[in-house]
Design a protein around this ligand. Structure first.
Ligand code: SF4
Length: 425
């Protein structure tokens, strides 16, 4: 039986890698008749619970997501045959490839074999998702992730300057609800859904623009790179983004779509390595790239003025080229090349410091930490600091306070100036 039919009638739980992205993606899942649900929020208690079922050798994000799923399994409503867990996977040496396997083993050990784990792989740029739940979900899911990235960007560029605390968070929640209402509709043609999404995003833009704010050019801009889950999941990084804002900074956070563009790039390289440069497989990969780019442009269109100076690279190769000198992207794979390249991209955009958020013992973080001193030296002494997380952090306020002092001093002497959007006055 096809996985698509196995998923009918089940709740499919999406881990909160990013709160907004998971919420939007769950809505996209509902649009194909599968009951997509946001996994419950993590807490110290759920982390403790997950630690009970892990040895300590696992990555921190595995413990956090396991904690979310264990909450589902312990809830009164849990019925294994009506449940599925979403846990993508990846090949290569990164331990991410083990998350789904371990989850399946745990379900078996608990006697919950009827619950299933849905795990599309990064090797083929998550194309299996299309096979498992339909090409329609591939497209709506992509739009969900891009829209959620856009709203997070609006949140981060507005919140540090709001005059009334809480205004921007409220606008963000309302905007997320607006896009989810469009994403979850069943039986809408792609063309119509895109038009409705653009409309919802335009309303969201008005909502953000109407927030009373006082923009201040002296606030340092801190680029945040690092391991995708830990940098985007606010529980995992102990709300480091808010700490940066409270200590006087503004954050430019690397988004989710960056990773998906990277997996698309990797998929094409993989097809070439297999000697299939001219093949139907290559045609399919290129077509997917083309359609995704077209959708992304349409969704970003209403934000041209707002994102002036905050533009993401048009193609991921730009980031990979920046990384070349330190970590060649054809030899070093995965997030380490994105973090390194993006740090330089952000330097060019006038960032005043770079924070790398990584799980403790993450090989991506460790490799980046080795090249950051040279990268900083070659880029006017740009301050770069890595923060590792494993659920036992201590004085983040103090450490971030010190880092922001360095960023402010760099800001006074930097050679690469920021471009500000028109409303930033
Ligand atoms: S990137 Fe790091 S933390 Fe994430 S799965 Fe890989 S090794 Fe673990």
């Amino acid at each position: 039986m096809e996985v698509a039919s196995i998923l009918k009638g089940r709740n499919l739980y999406i881990p909160r890698m990013t709160y907004g992205g998971a919420k939007a993606f769950a809505a996209a899942v509902r649009s194909v008749g599968i009951n997509g649900q946001l996994s419950p929020e993590s807490s110290k208690r759920t982390l403790e619970l997950a630690k009970h079922y892990t040895s300590g050798d696992e990555c921190y994000p595995q413990q956090v997501t396991l904690g979310e799923f264990l909450q589902v399994m312990r809830s009164k409503e849990f019925v294994p045959k009506k449940t599925a867990f979403f846990m993508p996977t990846a090949g290569g040496p990164c331990r991410f490839g083990q998350y789904a396997t371990y989850m399946k083993r745990l379900l078996r050990d608990f006697g919950y074999q009827e619950a299933i784990v849905v795990s599309p792989a990064s090797d083929n740029s998550y194309d299996e998702l299309g096979k498992e739940a339909g090409a329609e979900l591939m497209r709506t899911g992509w739009r969900a992730l891009v829209s959620a990235d856009i709203l997070r960007k609006m949140l981060l560029k507005t919140r540090p300057y709001e005059l009334n605390k809480g205004d921007t968070d409220r606008a963000y929640e309302e905007s997320l609800d607006l896009i989810c209402q469009v994403l979850e509709k069943i039986g809408v043609r792609h063309k119509d859904r895109l038009a409705q999404l653009v409309d919802a995003l335009t309303k969201a833009r008005h909502r953000f623009r109407s927030i009373p704010a006082r923009y201040d050019k002296s606030r340092p801009l801190i680029g945040v790179v690092g391991e995708i889950f830990c940098r985007l999941n606010r529980f995992s990084n102990d709300e480091l983004i808010r700490i940066i804002e409270e200590q006087g900074g503004e954050v430019w956070l690397s988004d989710v779509s960056e990773w998906l563009w990277y997996t698309n790039w990797d998929q094409i390289k993989h097809i070439i390595r297999k000697g299939k440069k001219v093949s139907l497989e290559m045609l399919g990969a290129k077509l997917k790239n083309y359609i995704q780019k077209k959708d992304e442009h349409a969704l970003l269109e209403p934000f041209k003025e707002d994102f002036q100076g905050y533009e993401e690279p048009e193609h991921v190769e730009e980031v990979l080229n920046y990384s070349k000198r330190y970590l060649p992207p054809r030899g070093c794979l995965g997030e380490m090349v994105l973090s390194t390249g993006k740090a330089i991209y952000l330097y060019e955009k006038g960032a005043d410091g770079i924070v790398d958020i990584s799980p403790f013992t993450c090989m991506n973080g460790i490799t980046c930490e080795a090249v950051y001193p040279n990268l900083s030296r070659d880029h006017d002494g740009l301050p770069i600091r890595i923060f590792y997380f494993d659920g036992t952090q201590s004085n983040l306020d103090r450490d971030m306070g010190i880092f922001l002092e360095l960023a402010k001093s760099y800001q006074r002497r930097k050679k690469k100036n920021r471009v500000y959007p028109f409303c930033f006055n």
